[in-house]
Write a protein that binds this ligand. Structure first.
Ligand code: XMP
Length: 497
């Protein structure tokens, strides 16, 4: 039944995830037995095959921390100054599970209205009051909703309402210790202060409990130093060399992505050669590529992984504007086939809309998938929520959108800053999707169930079945796609993923 991937993709059409469907295999194991451990790069291993995209509306420290805690990894974007990118990456490296590392803080002179604005933007119910309104300055007290709810004058200053005599934890308190104190004191949160009384972080009941209840506790992505793994995107210019030097000097990065929509360039080859000389221990991910020829050149030059995809992203217009690209299923299969034969893992980047797409990417040869839109609009994504037409949204934008390029990301598109800027992406909004702490375990479980249906226990087993022609695929006609979706319903409860 069906066709091998070589037969299907060898027919002259480009296919994307929705165009293909797998035929089921034989099940002789439970979904819980499926192991999704994988290689992100030649040397870095992850227990969850999902990473977040280096986009300025997707991955900064909070996303990278949570992704690593869930066994995946986040790539911090570089549409920010060098010092800021280093600080973001360091925040990941310094993260301690159970704590809020950047708690919200206000000054004594701020008012209930300021507190309410903060509550709406950040979803918090209490705030630390410090001398200058920042973390790192002296803790003066705490204000919670209980202090402000019944005060009529909303311009009352927080200094008048705050609890001054606050229990605190010392800087070296572990998460387990914090949980113990939170339990016995029945408090919702406890500020952690240094020897001088400066606010360092916050231990919260919710974070501690959440950490303890993480479905796959112990599966976090950590390096040999016991710190969370983190990646950073960089470009290929001279100042990007300095970026990497600074990230390495701060021990703040495990892998860099040379971020380009078309990775087969002398810029990338030269940068790769430089990084391999200057930082032999650093894992360097090249791309993006969609053909075997592009992939071969970068692999021969020493790439530790390849990022695959051109124009498949939800915000991308590259295929329309520049007439280049490839259907993502075809790109993943072609590049991964070549890369696998040379021992290099691939990252299927862009176009992932649901768990089925993740299964297809992995079963077609990718070792991990990279998501932008799937994680945009979550509470871990940068930016604040706002309301449009009654819907709570966050911004999501392509790094090739005019808005993002205005902040400096044009290098990704080899844009000539002297000339007119050509957008290769759009900017818009996505719905509030809640936390990735809920999304990622859901995706992982769905992928395991898909693997079970395929009769495949692991990602390497899926790749072996693909290479041996055991995996059988077919193209889906548009009627088959319609049939595979929901139809003939008057109404139904729309499942998001
Ligand atoms: P998804 O579908 O997950 O895709 O939202 C995210 C990926 O899209 C790429 N990207 C872009 N591609 N113009 C493009 O053609 C853009 O402005 C743009 N911004 C991001 C990138 O590979 C990302 O991981």
């Amino acid at each position: 039944d069906g066709y091998t991937a070589a037969q299907l993709f060898g027919q002259g059409s480009t296919y994307t995830y929705d165009d293909v469907i797998f035929l089921p295999g034989h099940i002789d194991f439970g979904a819980h037995e499926v192991d999704l451990t994988t290689n992100l790069t030649k040397k870095l291993r992850l227990s969850t095959p999902i990473v977040s995209s280096p986009m300025d509306t997707v991955t900064e420290s909070e996303m990278a921390i949570t992704m690593a805690m869930m066994g995946g990894l986040g790539f911090i974007h570089y549409n920010i100054k060098l010092e800021e990118q280093v600080a973001q990456a360091q925040r990941v490296k310094r993260h301690l599970p159970g704590f809020v590392m950047m708690p919200t803080a206000l000054r004594e002179t701020d008012t209930i209205t300021d507190f309410e604005a903060l509550k709406a933007r950040r979803g918090v119910s209490s705030v630390c009051i410090t001398e200058d309104g920042n973390v790192g300055s002296r803790l003066l007290g705490i204000v919670t909703c209980r202090d402000t709810d019944f005060v009529n004058d909303r311009l009352t200053q927080l200094g008048e309402l705050m609890t001054r005599d606050v229990d605190t934890l010392p800087e070296d308190a572990s998460a387990d210790k914090a949980l113990e104190v939170l339990k016995s004191s029945k408090r919702k949160s406890l500020p952690v202060v240094d020897a001088n009384g400066n606010l360092v972080r916050l231990a919260t009941r919710a974070h501690c409990l959440e950490e303890a209840r993480l479905p796959r506790r112990g599966a976090a992505s950590v390096g040999a130093d016991g710190r969370l793994l983190v990646g950073c995107a960089v470009g290929t210019r001279d100042d990007d060399r300095r970026r990497v030097d600074s990230l390495m000097a701060a021990h703040a990065v495990d892998a860099v992505i040379l971020d380009s929509s078309q990775g087969d360039s002398t810029y990338q080859l030269e940068m790769l050669a430089h990084l391999k000389r200057a930082h032999p221990d650093l894992q360097v991910i090249c791309g993006n590529v969609v053909t075997s020829r592009q992939a071969q050149r970068l692999i021969q030059a020493g790439a530790d992984a390849l990022r695959v995809g051109m124009g498949s992203g939800s915000i991308c217009t590259t295929q329309e504007v520049c007439a280049v690209g490839r259907g993502q299923a075809a790109a993943v299969w072609q590049v991964s086939r070549l890369a696998a034969s040379l021992g290099v893992p691939t990252i299927a980047d862009g176009g992932i809309q649901n768990s089925g797409h993740i299964i297809k990417a992995l079963a077609l040869g990718a070792s991990t998938v990279m998501c932008g839109s799937l994680f945009a609009g979550t509470s871990e994504a940068p930016g604040e929520y706002f309301v449009v037409d009654g819907v709570r949204v966050k911004q999501y934008r392509g790094m090739g959108s005019l808005e993002a390029m205005a902040k400096g990301s044009e290098a990704r598109y080899h844009s000539d800053t002297q000339n007119l800027k050509i957008a290769q992406g759009v900017a818009g909004t996505v719905r509030d999707k809640g936390s990735i702490r809920k999304t990622v375990p859901f995706l992982v479980q769905a992928v395991k169930q898909g693997f079970q249906d395929l009769g495949t226990r692991s990602i390497p087993a899926a790749h072996a079945a693909l290479a041996a022609g055991v995996t059988r695929v077919e193209a889906r006609s548009s009627a088959a796609q319609a049939e595979g979706g929901i139809h003939d319903m008057h109404s139904f409860n729309k499942v998001r993923w």
